[in-house]
Every structure is written in C-alpha cells, then in structure tokens.
Design a protein around this ligand. Structure first.
Ligand SMILES: NC(=O)c1ccc[n+]([C@@H]2O[C@H](COP(=O)([O-])OP(=O)(O)OC[C@H]3O[C@@H](n4cnc5c(N)ncnc54)[C@H](O)[C@@H]3O)[C@@H](O)[C@H]2O)c1
Length: 359
C-alpha cells in the first residue's frame, strides 16, 4: 500500500458523527457490527449508531469487557458467532470504537471473518490514535503472553475524533504521550522540540496541540509501516524502549504500569545504554528524561526490581532471538540504530543507573 493511500485513510476530526456518515454514504456495506466496551459505548456509541442509520447501514453492537483480560480468542469467537447469526456476509463491516484493546481485537475479528472483511477504527485513546489503530497489526493474547495470535489487516479508515479525549483519564492521556515522545526520538526532532515547548497545552487538550501531535505521529508511523510492513527492518525502530518496557510490564505482572509508562522508563534505559556504548551523549539522555517528567511519566526503574531476572525477561522478549538482546538505540534526536546482541554487562549498568535516576 502506498503512503498516499495510507494517509487518506487517516482523518483527525472533532466531529466523529459527520465524518463517519460521509464515509459510510460513499461506501457499500451490507451490514455492520460495532465492537466496543460498555463505558465507551455509553459515551460515544449513539453517535456511531446514528451515523449508520443516516447512511442506511444496519448495525448491531457487540460489547466486550473492558481491559486487556478480554483481548482473547474467546471474545473474538463470541463476536464471530453473533455476526454469523445476524447474517453478516463478506460485504459487511467491522467498526471498532475504543482504545487499543478494542481496535486490536476488532481488527483481528475483521481479519478472520469469512477470510477477511473491512474494518474501520474510531480510536478513543491517544495511544490508539497515534499507534494501535494504524499500521495493520491486530491480535489477541494467549494466557502465556501478549499479542501472540494475530494478523496484519489494515483498516479502511481511521477517524481520530479528538473530542473523545476529553473523557479519557489523565493517566491514560500521559501514557499515550509516551508513544508520541518515542516518535520524536526515532524520527522527528521538530516534534520532540514541539513537545518540550507545548507539553502543558497538550496535557490540557488544546485542540491545535492535540491535532498537531496526532498528525505528526500518524505520518511517522505510516511512513515507517509503508517502508517495512512486516517488520523485517525499519519497523523495528517503533520498538524503541519496548524491550525494556515489556520486561518491566512482565516483572510487575501488568499491575503497576500502563504501557506508555513502561515505555517511558524503557526509552530512558535505552538512552542510557546508548550513552554507555558511546553512541550518544548525556545531553540526549537528559532532554529525554526531562520531557518524560514534564509529561508526568515515570523515568526510573523501581529499585526493588531484580536486575538478573529483568535481563532474563529481556532475553525472552518476542524481539529477541536465540536469547540475544537486540536494541533500538538513539544516536541523536530523530535518529536511531538497531544494535544486535548488546552486551549484557552494559545493559546491567544501564539498569542500575536507571534505578538511581533523580527525578
Ligand atoms: N496494534 C498495534 O500496533 C498496537 C500498538 C500499540 C498498542 N497496542 C495495544 O493497545 C492496547 C492498549 O491500548 P490503550 O492504551 O488504548 O488501552 P485500552 O484500550 O485498555 O484503554 C485504556 C482505558 O481507557 C478507557 N477509555 C478508552 N477511551 C476512553 C475515552 N475516550 N474516555 C474514557 N475512557 C476511555 C478504556 O475503557 C480503558 O479502560 C494494548 O492491548 C496494546 O497491546 C497495539
């Protein structure tokens, strides 16, 4: 898929209802299912149902439980069964309304139903707007690990309705900002500088600041995905900070940190590793740490984390191979490198230094 097509699929809008209705009126679907969870459906579901009604499209809601625990094959199967019972055919549509959990599951439902039907995403968290809803990765968890079952399936449309962020808990908003900071580090020094200057505006949901960061983030992600859809090369840059983050999430049983919070700590650990390897300077580490703190994100690894176990968890990450740890490390702002088989002694030193970081 070329970049132009990708970009046309992403729309940042204050008005979900109007934009959705326009899209549906210009498409031909035989029916639709709206995948969401109760708390989000109660707030924004009616707009989606009314858009479908205005466009003459029959739709039924499928509610999944809120949270990661419902990102399972059982949820997908229950939805497939209802879709079949309601007579949805190959020309039908899945509409996802929610955060990354909903868009991942709904995308997977669409990828497999009758060997693939269209999906459109209406992300309602910043993280889903800048990351989960774009790029085509869909999936569910297994009891033994996250996102282990899935498929690549690109949405026909992503409508980022910024107004929905008004009801998003502040901690969830900050978690999404971590992924925006990531885009600044890996590809866009101007975005990083914008965040340094405008963090307060962003946290208070200034419409221009929000639209700007969503637009920059989507452009960077689509460009990278377009270059390397199946993650054989540069798409791995999007994992900056994530090998540390996944180990931290596993070590703390997914209870203590939201994903973006773990990514914030992970990005700082990776930057310290880079400095210890002589690939970057202390100024980058400091700017990154200061920006994450400005966003209200944690930056230091908790002191009660067992470093040996942490490194073992990093070796077991999906992105590791044969127990070797490969990391995405920053050189300058906007430029990262993949370093294969990073020396464990350096990682250990970086983790210890991270535990001692002064906020
Ligand atoms: N496919 C990808 O490329 C990709 C990329 C990054 C993350 N992900 C996945 O995304 C998931 C995390 O997504 P997330 O951070 O959006 O979490 P989430 O979907 O769990 O949403 C976070 C919380 O916010 C609530 N919420 C959502 N929108 C709201 C709104 N507008 N107002 C009030 N409450 C709202 C949700 O009900 C939930 O309780 C993970 O499962 C992760 O694996 C996927």
């Amino acid at each position: 898929m070329d970049t132009q097509t990708f970009r046309k699929q992403i729309d940042i809008t204050p008005n979900l209802k109007e934009s959705l209705c326009y899209f549906l009126k210009t498409s031909r679907y035989s029916g639709a299912v709206l995948v969401s969870s109760d708390n989000i459906f109660q707030r924004y579901g009616q707009d989606v149902l009314e858009s479908c009604q205005d466009a003459g499209l029959s739709i039924f809601p499928f509610m999944m439980e809120n949270g990661e625990k419902s990102k399972t094959l059982a949820t997908a199967e229950a939805c497939w069964q209802q879709m079949h019972t309601k007579g949805l055919d190959r020309s039908s549509l899945v509409i996802a309304l929610g955060g990354g959990v909903v868009t991942d599951v709904a995308g997977f439902i669409a990828a497999c139903y009758m060997r693939g039907i269209d999906v459109i995403h209406l992300p309602t968290t910043l993280l889903a707007m800048v990351d989960a809803a774009i790029g085509g990765k869909t999936g569910v968890n297994l009891p033994s690990g996250k996102n282990l079952i899935g498929a690549f399936h690109h949405p026909k449309l992503v409508l980022a309705a910024c107004n929905t962020l008004k009801t998003l808990p502040a901690r969830e908003l900050r978690s999404g900002i971590a992924e925006v900071i990531k885009y600044g580090v890996i590809k866009d020094p101007a975005l990083f500088a914008f965040l340094e200057k405008n963090m307060d505006a962003l946290l208070s949901l200034d419409p221009h600041a929000i639209a700007h960061v969503i637009s920059c983030s989507c452009s960077i992600k689509t460009e990278i995905v377009q270059e390397d859809e199946k993650e054989r090369g540069t798409r791995a840059f999007l994992n900056y900070g994530h090998t540390f983050a996944h180990a931290l999430e596993t070590a703390t049983h997914y209870h203590s940190y939201l994903h973006g919070e773990a990514v914030s700590i992970g990005m700082c650990c990776a930057a310290i590793t880079s400095r210890l390897m002589g690939l970057t300077d202390d100024a980058l580490v400091r700017r990154l740490k200061d920006l994450c703190l400005k966003a209200g994100l944690p930056v230091k690894l908790p002191s009660d984390i067992d470093i040996n176990r942490f490194i073992t968890l990093m070796e077991g990450d999906k992105k590791a191979s044969f127990g070797k740890i490969h990391l995405i490390l920053p050189e300058t702002l906007g430029s990262v490198r993949r370093i294969a088989n990073v020396d464990r002694a350096i990682i250990r030193q970086a983790l210890i230094e991270s535990q001692g970081l002064k906020p």
